[in-house]
Design a protein around this ligand. Sequence first.
Ligand SMILES: Cc1cc2nc3c(=O)[nH]c(=O)nc-3n(C[C@H](O)[C@H](O)[C@H](O)COP(=O)(O)O)c2cc1C
Length: 93
Amino acid sequence: MDSYDIVFLWYPDWIGAMPMPVFTFLESYNFNWKTIIPFCTHGGSKFGSSISDIKKIRPKAYIKEGLAVRASNVGNAKDEVDVWLSKFGMLKQ
Ligand SMILES: Cc1cc2nc3c(=O)[nH]c(=O)nc-3n(C[C@H](O)[C@H](O)[C@H](O)COP(=O)(O)O)c2cc1C
């Protein structure tokens, strides 16, 4: 993890929050001054408590604007994902 400054963090919304292994992942590495970009799929709850949970676990990380996509709409989400990725200069032309 030391060699990464920007981490895209994907997780499904489970019971309105991140799955426990994602909490463990965030707790297992030093994220101080790293950028975390959250991306979640969900059935209607969007991010749930996940953004505030990430901020609580990792107060010294930079948390960027994430994207929540309804799981049933993943197949149609390319344009939305592209717009979002382009905000971070991550979209390959
Ligand atoms: C155990 C479990 C709990 C879930 N809880 C929620 C929830 O509280 N709110 C929500 O919007 N979606 C919930 N979902 C739907 C998941 O977010 C959705 O299935 C997932 O994002 C799609 O990824 P997958 O194909 O890996 O399941 C839940 C799914 C599972 C399996």
